[in-house]
Design a binder for this molecule. Structure first.
Ligand code: TXA
Ligand code: MG
Length: 311
């Protein structure tokens, strides 16, 4: 065991906060069985107490001990996608107490695949409550440097694990009710989930699910989604200094331009770092070229729609 990992475990066991890499985004972890540790986690995040957190484990076996019922679909999804970027909402067992479930009768469970997360969870043995390691409402961190910028010394330790491979938060499937519901789209697509269980998508913003609040995952600079055919015209009418996120080559009239890949997984991987970069470019507005209206872009479109709402 490295000295870093040993320190991380000591901090978690003493009720402290450890930021750690996962394949989706960096998480801010606390012992999910320790009410004071989780209370501090909520305080640092600036997160309302009735918003549940996801509890992370090294294996499906450990995760399912926190559920009192594990439907067949959950086992099959776990078999197929864990460790990996999938969160399952199940009816909770006694181990999942009110302070991690926001008082709900369900719990969010995830088994991440990042080797450092895996090692940390394996050695810790228990569940680690971990929201994304950013302040509430802002863009999630995909590097250790992002975490330090956002949280400063509020995290007792930040484990370095390179840039997150997936880049956007896990797909969330709620299996606690009669029918499976896709609560948050992610790298694992609706189509992939449906190879195992039929899911309906939530359309209404459920208040218990912060990811479903509008203007979540948002930069501070007002951002706007623009269809490809309209991009040129929107640029020409802008009076302010503008930063652009687009598929095409830079336009010389624009102060700051970031070109994005035309492949959805590569786009997702870079998305949050790109939004942070545009946000700090000193412009008055951000224009984002809308990605294609195809199913494989659903998760990226979801995050962009939130990043651009309210501007
Ligand atoms: O990829 C991820 O899921 C990252 C990494 C760190 O694992 N975590 C993450 O956590 O995105 P957070 O807290 O930023 O978002 C968790 C989402 C929230 O929208 C929360 O409401 C939802 O999961 N959630 C957790 N438990 C739930 C439950 N019992 N019922 C409904 N939604 C739940
Ligand atoms: Mg978050």
């Amino acid at each position: 065991m490295t000295p870093e990992l040993k320190r991380a475990l000591d901090i978690l066991r003493q009720g402290g906060l450890v930021a750690f890499p996962t394949e989706t985004v960096y998480g801010l972890g606390a012992d999910a069985s320790n009410p004071r540790a989780v209370a501090r986690l909520y305080a640092v995040k600036g997160r309302p107490a009735d918003h549940p957190v996801i509890v992370h484990f090294a294996s499906a076996g450990q995760a399912f001990a926190w559920a009192r019922e594990v439907p067949d679909a959950a086992r099959r999804l776990a078999e197929r996608f864990w460790p990996g970027p999938l969160t399952l909402i199940l009816r909770r067992s006694k181990r999942a107490q009110d302070f991690v479930t926001g008082g709900q009768d369900t719990v969010g469970l995830r088994v991440p695949s990042h080797p450092i997360a895996q090692e940390l969870l394996r050695e810790f043995k228990g569940g680690v409550a971990a929201p994304s390691a950013n302040r509430f409402g802002l863009v999630s961190p995909t590097t250790a440097a992002h975490v330090r910028e956002d949280l400063g010394s509020d995290a007792d330790l930040v484990l370095e694990g390179g840039p997150s491979e997936v880049g956007i938060e896990s797909t969330i499937v709620d299996l606690s009710g009669e029918r499976a519901v896709l609560l948050r789209p992610g790298a694992i697509t609706k189509q992939q989930i449906e190879e195992i269980v039929e899911v309906t998508e939530t359309t209404l913003a459920a208040p218990r699910h912060p990811g479903s609040l509008e203007r979540h995952y948002a930069p501070r600079t007002p951002a706007r989604l623009v269809p490809t055919h309209d991009l040129d015209k929107q640029i020409s009418v802008m009076k302010d200094r503008v930063a652009v996120l687009a598929f095409s080559r830079p336009d010389e009239r624009v102060d700051y331009w970031l070109r994005m890949p035309r492949e959805p997984a590569a786009y997702a991987q870079r998305l949050y770092a790109a939004l942070r970069e545009l946000d700090s470019a000193g412009c008055e507005a951000i224009l984002v070229e809308a990605p294609p209206d195809a199913p494989e872009w659903a998760a990226v479109r979801d995050r962009l729609r939130r990043a651009c709402s309210g501007a």
